[in-house]
Write a protein that binds this ligand. Structure first.
Ligand code: CS2
Ligand code: MG
Length: 403
C-alpha cells in the first residue's frame, strides 16, 4: 500500500493564481489536487500546509474515504469553502494515486464510462448584443453545441462575464476589489433582446445558457425566466442568491425555464433541499470547492434520485487539475448534464500538462492512469503569486449588491 511521505502546497500564478497540492508516496507515486479558491487562495494554502499536511504523513493513500471522513469530522468546524476546498485537494490527489497504482484512469474506478464524452458549453460574451452573437457563431463553428451568452448592459460601464476587448475574461482583476455598478432594470431589458437575437442567428439546435450571477430577487428571476421562455434557454444560472432556498420555489411557480445553481456550494447540505424539492434542474457544485470526487459523487447520486443533472462550474479559476477530475466523474455518473469550459490560457496549460482533449463540443478525460494531469513545479515556480480579488458590486445609489 502506498504510504504518504510528503505533501507539497504549490502556489503559482501562470496567467492567474492557482493552489495545487502534490502528495508523494513511499513508492514514488504522486497525486495532484486543485486547491484554488478565487480571491482567498492563501487561506486554503495555509489550511493545507499548516493544518492538514502534518496529519497526512504516514497514512495509507488508498484509504480515500477514511481520510475524507478524518479531515471532515476531525476538523470539528465542518464545511465552508476553505475547509472543503482543502479536503477536495487531498481527495483528488488520492484518487489520482489510486488510479496510477491500479494502472487505470479514474473514471474506470468510478464505474466506467457512461457516455462517449462530456458535452461542454463555451462562453460567448461581448460589449453589445451583436458582438456576443458573433462570438456565439464562432463557438458554433468550433463545434460547440452549447453556448453561454453574456453581454454588456447599456448604461453600465462593465458587467459580469464580459471581457475587456481583446482579452480573455478574468474576474479577479485587482490587488484590491474593484467596484462595479449594477442596474437590475437595465439588465432585465437587455437579456431577452440578447436571447432573441442569438436564437434568430443560431437556430433552434444550439443550447443557449445564461449566468445571472446571484443578482436578482426571486420574483425578478421569475420574470426573467418567463421572458426567456420563447427562446428556450438550456438554463439560467444562479438566478438569485441561494441562501434563501425557498426563493427557488417562487421562481418555479412562474417559469419553466430550467435553473442551475451551486458553483458556490461546498457540501451536499447546501444542495439537499433544492434537489429534494426539485427546485433546480442542474447542480453546479464542483470537485474543487465541494470536497473532491468523493463528495461530489454523493451530491450527484442524490441529484440522480430527483432527475437533477450535473452542470459543473468550470471557469478558469478552477485549474486543469479540477477540470481533469471533473471529467473523470462526469464521464462515469449516470446523470451528467453538461460541463462548463473556459479554456485556460497557454501559460496556464504549460504549467498543468493534461490528457483531457476537446473534440466536437465535448471533452474526454483521456485514458492515462489516474487523473491524467500534473503540475510542472519548476515552471510553476517562475510564476509568483500576485494577490487578486474578485470585484464587488453596488447599485447605482451605492447599495452593496451581489457581484
Ligand atoms: C462564473 C464564474 O463561470 C461561471 O459560471 O460564475 O466566472 C465565477 O464568477 C468565477 O468562477 C468566480 O471566481
Ligand atoms: Mg456562474
Amino acid at each position: 500500500m502506498p504510504i504518504i511521505t510528503e505533501a507539497r502546497v504549490v502556489v503559482t500564478s501562470p496567467g492567474r493564481n492557482f493552489v495545487t497540492l502534490k502528495v508523494v508516496c513511499d513508492d514514488g507515486t504522486t497525486g495532484v489536487g486543485d486547491a484554488t479558491l478565487n480571491g482567498r487562495e492563501l487561506a486554503v494554502a495555509s489550511y493545507l500546509a499548516d493544518h492538514i499536511v502534518p496529519c497526512l504523513i504516514g497514512r495509507d493513500a488508498h484509504r480515500i474515504e477514511d481520510i475524507w471522513q478524518y479531515l471532515y469530522k476531525g476538523a470539528y468546524w465542518r464545511r465552508g469553502p476553505v475547509t472543503m476546498t482543502a479536503i477536495a485537494a487531498v481527495d483528488m490527489a488520492l484518487w489520482d494515486i489510486k488510479g496510477k497504482v491500479a494502472g487505470l484512469p479514474v473514471y474506470q474506478l468510478l464505474g466506467g464510462a457512461s457516455r462517449d464524452g462530456c458535452m461542454v458549453y463555451g462562453h460567448a460574451n461581448g460589449a453589445t448584443i451583436a458582438d456576443t452573437v458573433d462570438a456565439a457563431l464562432r463557438h458554433r463553428a468550433e463545434g460547440y453545441r452549447a453556448i453561454r451568452l453574456q453581454c454588456g448592459v447599456p448604461g453600465l460601464a462593465s458587467t459580469y462575464g464580459v471581457a475587456r476587448p481583446g482579452e480573455a475574461y478574468e474576474p479577479a482583476d485587482g490587488t484590491l476589489p474593484t467596484e462595479s455598478v449594477w442596474s437590475t432594470e437595465r439588465y432585465l431589458r437587455i437579456v431577452p433582446e440578447l436571447f432573441a437575437a442569438a436564437r434568430e442567428a443560431l437556430g433552434p439546435d444550439i443550447h443557449l445558457l445564461h449566468d445571472v450571477h446571484h443578482r436578482l430577487t426571486p420574483i425578478e428571476a421569475a420574470r426573467l425566466g418567463r421572458d426567456l421562455e420563447p427562446y428556450r434557454p438550456f438554463w439560467i444560472e444562479d438566478p438569485t442568491p441561494a441562501e434563501n432556498q425557498d426563493g427557488f420555489r417562487l421562481i418555479r411557480q412562474h417559469t419553466t425555464t430550467p435553473i442551475a445553481v451551486g458553483e458556490v456550494f461546498n457540501s451536499i447540505w447546501d444542495a439537499k433541499a433544492l434537489i429534494e424539492s426539485q427546485s433546480i434542474d442542474y447542480i453546479r457544485a464542483t470537485v474543487v470547492h465541494a470536497g473532491g470526487i468523493t463528495h461530489l459523487r454523493r451530491i450527484a447520486a442524490l441529484a440522480d434520485l430527483y432527475q437533477v443533472r450535473t452542470g459543473c462550474h468550470g471557469a478558469t479559476d478552477l485549474s486543469p487539475v479540477a477540470m481533469a477530475a471533473a471529467l473523470h466523474l462526469g464521464l462515469a455518473i449516470p446523470n451528467f448534464g453538461i460541463q462548463e469550459l473556459m479554456p485556460h490560457l497557454p501559460v496556464t496549460q504549460a504549467v498543468f500538462p493534461h490528457a483531457y482533449r476537446y473534440a466536437d463540443g465535448s471533452l474526454h478525460p483521456g485514458d492515462a492512469p489516474g487523473l491524467g494531469v500534473d503540475i510542472d513545479e519548476a515552471l510553476a515556480a517562475t510564476h509568483p503569486y500576485v494577490r487578486a480579488y474578485l470585484p464587488v458590486n453596488r447599485l447605482e445609489d451605492g447599495t452593496l449588491w451581489s457581484w
